[in-house]
Design a protein around this ligand. Sequence first.
Ligand code: SAM
Ligand code: SF4
Ligand code: F3S
Length: 474
Amino acid sequence: MRRDIADIDSGREAEDQRPYLEEGRRLVESREKELGRKLTCCVVTFGCQMNARDSEKLLGVLLQMGFEDKGEDENADFVVYNTCTVRDHANQRVYGRLGTLHGYKRRNPDMKIALCGCMMQEEAVIEKIRKSYRFVDLLFGTHNLYTFPRLVCDMLQSNRMIISVWKQEKGIVEELPVSRKYPFKSGVNIMFGCNNFCSYCIVPYVRGRERSRNAKDIIREVERLASEGVKEVMLLGQNVNSYGNDLDGEMNFPSLLREVEKVDGIERIRFMSSHPKDLSDELIDVMAGSTKICRHLHLALQSGSDRILKAMNRHYTKEDYLLLTRKLREKIPDLALTTDIIVGFPGEELSDVEETIDVIRKAEFENAFTFIYSIRTGTPAAKMEQVDEKTAKKHFDMVLSEVQQSARNRAGRYEGEVMEALVEEVNEHDSSLLTGRLSNNTIVHFPGDPSLIGQILPIRLAECRGFYYVGKKV
Ligand code: SAM
Ligand code: SF4
Ligand code: F3S
């Protein structure tokens, strides 16, 4: 019998997954004997840093079970798509790729396909996949990601589509195996979910309520990462500034940062995302006084119009936002400030867009992600009067050109100077070059040997080309 959405699992408490890791290993081994070769896997991530971190956990489980990471989905025996549903475009990308994957599966009928992540928390998506994508083997959601070992065991012993999606989050489960993409930098979840319910946003519905991880667990994880050679950590949460609000102790985000800063071996600290309504003076002071916290802050504006901000349920005004940016620029002059902007929110008029443009000019963003509003079913904004597509596109172009102007104005400020870069990879287009990242998140390309990857090195930023530098190791 096929299991249904929010199936029998929904009542279970967190359970130990280790026996399933063992069982999975035995199942993989016996299948490998039958085939006379290794079983391969591939985890594809859509969406944000939170999903990327989840994917590292999924891959960690699969490697521990004995799968080999194939890195691409075409010829893998087990493909996992970790999906995003923040805008409709994200969903369409998954459906498009599923079509291609179906072709691969026809060639290799033993291929197993799992879908997980935010899209799976929507009942309409599950229905659509049940009806139109019957070749998918396993569906599970964000709340029961940690039961992946058990689900893989079930899947390997079944020919039916397994659906295991919990409607609600449980507590936080620690200690899944993790396979990190980079040896020298890592994301660290500090909280899960979101309580803000911005009226356009589906995240609180698919990720559940805000849960902060225990500070001790976070610090232990950061210490372990440092002992494994990680130099840079990115603290992750939908609104890191409200970290600790649900914990009994005294710990808030600035105090957590102070603790992370004490960990030997960690040289750079980043975090994502910050909500302007909760960005405190204390946080600005901690950032200003820190030698490890990177000179980059991503602070989503969404709109510069008070009327639209109110309808978005953002809880700040244009002036509040500008005041924050002034304080930040004054106390941390070398800070790079980036943002998210939504254009075409219900009811938005030209005068609102002009307010947004005014903020872009005044805040002088180093960069901004600009999105056309996308209707998300079940959110309050979906029921509001929508802006027609043509107007939204026209407004989007206006905002985008302003963002590009601002980015151009801010780029190249450090030309000729020497700055430290964390060397991340060999340049994609020219293998004689390495690509590094400055504390302010700007990219620099420079000649060098791949053995330097993972090191933090002083680089002369010889020439600014558009939004990146070409430099030389000093
Ligand atoms: N929690 C983060 C914050 O508030 O800064 C944002 C997380 S969300 C995954 C990333 C961005 O997607 C948001 O800042 C917003 O600009 C954009 N976004 C969210 N819902 C959207 C929608 N329905 N249409 C268009 N863009 C949207
Ligand atoms: Fe979405 Fe708002 Fe939560 Fe960010 S803070 S995830 S935009 S509801
Ligand atoms: Fe997308 Fe989920 Fe992140 S909807 S942006 S993957 S929290």
